[in-house]
Design a protein around this ligand. Structure first.
Ligand SMILES: [Zn+2]
Length: 221
């Protein structure tokens, strides 16, 4: 049987090399360095050639056993050499691990988003506390906001409602079931709002609702 490296276990398929693992007051600190190809400038998409500097980012990662895990990831800042580009430098991201403006790993954000979709605000925050995942209610709800809403609905569209606060404000989460990601978040939970959304975003072949709700069973517009 081929032996596995620590990278295979902790970061499968991700371009990093683990430089060390240490314990800091019960937190497992994994030192890692990016081995990804030079990144592309987020403005002009030109591939970088010159390294400006390196620095260390701290990313909360999914826990291992009873330990919280923090990845200290060394990433590179690159020059953008395209003269016409307004951006002088940019920081690389490691696909599958780090993303712009995020202090948590991509894997942890995926977990938190799934928990928020399933449970909504307060119950999600309670479960996260029990699982030792650092995420409050506000942060979980913010994760439900989709970055860009596609023009067309996904083929299989999941519809679920959640409460911002019990008995108070409701919202509706629309999910691309096949891709497993949030597509949009609608205010309220009336079928009119959803019908209007479907009219503006055609393409859904199947609509599934996970939990009992105020939606009529049929017909869908
Ligand atoms: Zn550029």
């Amino acid at each position: 049987m081929a032996s596995k490296t620590i990278e295979d276990v902790l970061f499968p398929g991700i371009d990093v090399r683990v430089e060390g693992v240490s314990d800091s007051s019960g937190i497992l600190v994994v030192g890692a360095v990016s081995t990804a190809r030079p990144g592309r400038c987020p403005n002009c998409r030109k591939e970088a050639r010159r390294v400006h500097s390196t620095y260390q980012r701290s990313l909360d990662e999914r826990p291992l056993g009873l330990c919280r895990v923090v990845v200290r990831l060394r990433v590179r800042r690159y020059f953008c050499d395209r003269g016409s580009c307004s951006r002088a430098t940019f920081v690389e991201h490691v696909p599958g691990l780090s993303a712009r403006y995020r202090r948590s790993s991509t894997g942890l954000v995926g977990w938190l988003r799934s928990i928020a979709i399933e449970l909504g605000g307060r119950p999600a925050a309670r479960l996260c506390r029990r699982l030792r995942l650092a995420a409050g209610r506000t942060r979980l709800l913010r994760l439900l906001t989709a970055p860009t809403v596609p023009d067309r609905a996904p083929r299989v569209l999941g519809v679920d409602e959640f409460a911002f606060r019990k008995g108070c404000t409701y919202g509706t989460v629309l999910v691309d079931v096949e891709a497993g990601r949030v597509v949009d978040v609608l205010p309220g939970r009336t079928s009119e709002t959803f019908a209007a959304w479907l009219k503006e975003h055609p393409g859904a072949e199947t609509v599934c609702r996970d939990r009992a709700s105020s939606w009529p069973a049929s017909p869908w517009p």
